[in-house]
Design a protein around this ligand. Structure first.
Ligand code: SAH
Ligand code: SF4
Ligand code: F3S
Length: 434
């Protein structure tokens, strides 16, 4: 048995890919270890979305090489950065194996060949690979909530984004394998599955669209919660919103990345919707699903962004009142359309200032959104003890907001009804409702 250590960076899809990699390698004589000190194979499943994500991984590669001096180990770089940098990673002399997101089935061979001291690379992208037949080995989970990838790649070409280059073309996974995996999770005690894709609303396999898939997974059991991410504003359909309304166990939360509030910038980003379209989708969601949680992603300081454009983003945030947002400043990615076509001309001070203005505003909006829930009653799925004390439990409401309440009776995986008494801008403070 060779001992295998993997660190995972980036999005939830990477977390799920690591589970697929553990599954593939566990059938070839590798055993997972959580200690880098005893590992024969040290790998990082990486992310390229922003420059600082890659810088962090270079730092880790240097650390891995210090480990390698202490004991012989094979160093592998997987995922998006492997796909983007390809041979450059091998040429650094610090890496033994490079494998892109569609090359994980070849890892046993690559590792074996690399053990003889010959660096190995496979960064071939595929039009078909979905790992649909592989049963992920769930690691680092709370035993309550599992990720299921329903598609891979992306067919959009948002001008700032590296994902289409690192993950290849979009392909949907066979629906029957998705339903089987969700059933399996439920039988193994999981109470929540999150269906993952870069653009879940464009899922399509053999006559089954995303709304149909959601319904099928929801029908497994009313005790299995269903979540999904990410919805692209251009594609989220009335059918999906109405399907969410039909099933109590489809959680009422939509992550709907807006990226900018300015139509001029949205067009330059090649997002295929306008501010007005986005606001109309939000209105539709709130009409059909009044209690639906809404979160977003935003990029500050994209190429040519003016103070006016930035103010449009701020006003959109003020108007929508998101529960939470993931906020970034623009990081140019080599090879993308924006990098080729537009100068990265907003200076770093301005980017940082605008980002901070968005963060400050969103802080107030989060508080406003969380305060609206005071007095409401929610059914919460227990995830475990709260961060502070084991006399308190924590878990999410359907709208994805984190709840904490005093409780020494229930355990992870139970459903508990709570009443919201108070809040911060990131937590609902509750008591159990008996
Ligand atoms: N498929 C999702 C996004 C996945 S990437 C969607 O279309 O919404 C996650 C987030 O990273 C994006 O929503 C965006 O806000 C951010 N991001 C992507 N590329 C970026 C870049 N070059 N610079 C800064 N942020 C970026
Ligand atoms: Fe990137 Fe756009 Fe695809 Fe999202 S939809 S992964 S932002 S190209
Ligand atoms: Fe990062 Fe790749 Fe995900 S670039 S965000 S790990 S798809």
């Amino acid at each position: 048995m060779r001992k295998l250590y993997i660190e995972t960076y980036g999005c939830q899809m990477n977390v799920n890919d690591t589970e697929v990699i553990f599954s593939i390698l566990s059938e070839h004589g590798y055993q997972r270890t959580e200690s880098i000190d005893e590992a024969d194979v040290i790998m990082a499943n990486t992310c390229s979305i922003r420059d600082n994500a890659e810088q962090r991984i270079w730092g880790r590669i240097n650390q891995f090489n210090i480990q390698k001096k202490k004991r012989r180990a094979t160093i592998g770089i997987l995922g998006c950065m492997a796909e983007r940098l390809k041979d450059a990673l091998l040429e650094s002399g610090k890496v033994d194996v490079v494998a892109g997101p569609d090359a994980y089935r070849s890892l046993p061979d690559l590792l074996e060949a690399a053990a003889d001291g010959h660096p190995q690379i496979n960064v071939e992208l595929s039009r078909e690979e979905t790992y649909g037949d592989i049963k992920p080995v769930r690691v680092d989970t709370n035993g309550v909530s599992a990720f299921i990838s329903i598609m891979r790649g992306c067919n959009n070409v948002c001008s700032y984004c590296v994902v289409p280059y690192t993950r290849g073309v979009e392909r949907s996974r066979d629906a029957s394998t998705i339903v089987r995996e969700a059933c399996d999770c439920f039988q193994n005690g999981y109470k929540e599955v999150t269906l993952l894709g870069q653009n879940v609303d464009s899922y399509y396999f053999d006559g089954i669209n995303f709304a149909n898939l959601l319904a099928r997974v929801a029908e497994i059991s009313p005790l299995l919660r269903v979540r999904f991410s990410t919805s692209n504003p251009q594609d989220i359909s009335d059918e999906v919103i109405e399907t969410m309304a039909r099933y109590d166990n489809i959680c009422k939360h939509i992550h709907l990345p807006v990226q900018s509030g300015s139509n001029r910038i949205l067009e330059k980003m090649r997002r295929r919707y306008t501010r007005e379209w986005y606001l109309e989708r939000v209105a539709k969601i709130r009409e059909v699903l009044p209690e639906c949680g809404l979160t977003t992603d935003v990029i500050a300081g994209f190429c040519s962004e003016t103070e006016e454009d930035h103010k449009e983003t701020l006003s959109l945030f003020e108007e929508v009142v998101f529960d939470t947002a993931f906020m970034f400043y623009y990081s140019e990615r080599p090879g993308t359309l924006a990098a080729r076509k537009y100068p990265d001309d907003v200076d770093i001070e301005t980017k940082t200032r605008r980002l901070n203005e968005i963060i400050e505003l969103q802080g107030r909006m989060s508080l406003k959104s969380y305060r609206r829930d005071i007095g409401k009653t929610f059914e919460v799925l227990v995830e475990g003890p709260s961060k502070k004390t084991d006399k308190e439990l924590c878990g999410r409401a359907s709208n994805n907001k984190m709840c904490v309440w005093p409780d020494t009776e229930h355990k992870a995986g139970d459903y508990v009804t709570v009443e919201v008494m108070d809040c911060t801008s990131a937590t609902l403070i509750c008591r159990e409702k008996k």
